[in-house]
Design a protein around this ligand. Structure first.
Ligand code: 5GP
Length: 114
């Protein structure tokens, strides 16, 4: 699958409010936030969907979760709590086909989600 706007954000070709970066990951604020805090954690190496991930991607996927958790801890959201979301394909609500983890915080989340 061809590249998405997230590749352009990673290459700094379009602007984003970047809050975290390391050798493998970039995190930036969602342009249409669904909570007071809404950050997207994105691997620099594009995997289109979670359904495309394979065993060799396990370390990268683990790093995504750990980076989001570390960010939440560092920003002080962890004691109250937060939510991580991965949307996969159409019924999952995925619109950008570059795997990413949503970090939502700053309000009480509801269940079931919409
Ligand atoms: P998905 O629906 O694929 O799980 O999530 C894609 C997310 O990317 C959406 O929450 C959407 O608001 C966000 N998004 C789409 N375009 C842009 C953009 O140009 N910049 C930023 N920062 N976020 C975007």
């Amino acid at each position: 699958m061809s590249e998405t706007l997230f590749d352009k954000i990673i290459r700094r070709e379009i602007p984003a409010d970047i809050v975290y970066e390391d050798d493998a990951l970039l995190a930036f604020r969602d342009i249409n936030p669904q909570a007071p805090v809404h950050v997207l954690f994105v691997p620099k190496r594009r995997i289109a969907t979670l359904d495309d991930a394979r065993g060799e991607d396990g370390t990268l996927l683990g790093r995504l979760l750990l980076a989001a958790a570390a960010y939440a801890r560092a920003q002080g959201f962890a004691p109250n709590g937060y939510r991580l979301v991965v949307n996969c394909n159409a019924d999952g609500g995925q619109t950008v086909f570059h795997l990413h983890v949503h970090l939502l915080a700053g309000r009480t989340m509801h269940w079931p989600p919409g």
